[in-house]
Design a protein around this ligand. Structure first.
Ligand SMILES: [Mg+2]
Length: 138
C-alpha cells in the first residue's frame, strides 16, 4: 500500500514573506497571489505518483477569503493532480499519515503521530533534500 504524505502550504508549497504575512494576512487576494516555493510544484507532482499525497493547511481564521484563496491557489498551481486533496485545519494531529512536511511546529504538528519532515530546517532546507529523503524510504 502507498504511504501517505501530508504537505503544508505556507512556507512549504507557497512562498510566504513573514513581514508581508503579518501586514497583509487579512487582505483579500493575499493568499491567492503568492508564488510557489522553488521546486514545490514539480515535487508535488512527483510525490503524488509514488505516495498518497494530501495538503493540510491552516487558514487565517479572521480572513474568510483565505479559505477560498487556498483552494484557488491549489487549483491554479497544482491543478488536477491535487483535486480534492486539500484540507484546511487548525489541528493537523487529527490526520493520519506516514510523513508530514511542514515548516512549523504549530497547529498540531508537534502532536502528529507520523514523522515530521521539518521543511526549512538544517536537515531539510529545500525540496531537493526532502525528495532525496523520501526517495530513500522503503
Ligand atoms: Mg507553514
Amino acid at each position: 500500500m502507498m504511504k501517505t504524505v501530508l504537505i503544508d502550504m505556507d512556507g512549504v508549497l507557497v512562498e510566504l514573506n513573514s513581514d508581508r504575512f503579518k501586514k497583509e494576512k487579512l487582505v483579500k487576494g493575499f493568499f491567492l497571489n503568492n508564488r510557489p516555493i522553488p521546486g514545490a510544484v514539480q515535487a508535488f507532482q512527483y510525490l503524488n505518483r509514488i505516495y498518497d499525497c494530501h495538503i493540510v493547511s491552516t487558514p487565517v481564521w479572521d480572513n474568510p477569503h483565505c479559505w477560498m484563496e487556498k483552494r484557488m491557489w491549489v487549483d491554479k498551481h497544482l491543478g488536477g493532480c491535487a483535486r480534492k486533496k486539500l484540507t484546511l485545519t487548525h489541528h493537523k494531529n487529527y490526520f493520519k499519515g506516514d510523513f508530514l512536511i511542514d515548516d512549523s511546529m504549530q497547529h498540531g504538528v508537534k502532536e502528529f503521530q507520523g514523522e515530521h519532515i521539518h521543511f526549512g530546517s538544517f536537515k531539510f532546507p529545500n525540496w531537493v533534500t526532502v525528495l532525496s529523503y523520501l526517495n530513500q524510504q522503503p
